[in-house]
Design a protein around this ligand. Sequence first.
Ligand code: PEP
Length: 246
Amino acid sequence: MAKKLAAGNWKMNGTGADLAQVSALIAAHPAPKCDILICPPATLLSRMSDAAKGSAVKTGGQDCHADASGAHTGDISALMLADTGASHVILGHSERRADHGETDAQVRAKALAAQAAGLIAVICVGETEAQRDAGDTLSVIASQLAGSLPDSCTAVNTVIAYEPVWAIGTGRVPTTDQIAQVHDLMRDALTARFGDADMTLLYGGSVKPDNAAEIFAVANVDGALVGGASLKAADFSTIIAALDAS
Ligand code: PEP
């Protein structure tokens, strides 16, 4: 059985005052069945990791460099993320692929670095609206998985997030049949390549308190990567409870 995970991506949101949201989350979920992860901006990572120490809440970065150290102004290595107490790192988010031109090959190199540093890589894939309209969704996902994942991936060091680009931050969500189609393809492709049927597969894209239960009922959906609704403890808490109940 894949481990269930409720992951929050705070993106470029949050300052010290928002650590109160994490304290509230910790208090609300002393012993969850699923894993809980918050990926704050890098400026908050050490403080959040300290605040979450000994609780059920894990922390993660939103990106890392493929090198362990060096002359890369403004970048952060996987080792540095691990040094803050983080356990995970999001890689290949569509906003990084779009804003920074990240390719599958770069995501693969970053995943290798993350795994070498002992981090769990949360690798994102997803089609644009134009690709879906052209009927290319499944081939795009298969190709991103093939190109973005190193051969070293296992269910222990890797989580996959399917995030249709057109559903992120838009309030639009694929039908449960559309989610199932992609998650079934991902499970089959990953099992065929890695021989490991237990990799955690997240859905991401406008997951909210009122649609989470329906999404978690879809086969091969083991949790969610949540943007906007992870910023407030009350909303994220409802999503975590839905995952625990699924
Ligand atoms: C995301 O950016 O990973 C995401 C899923 O955002 P939202 O939940 O806000 O659509």
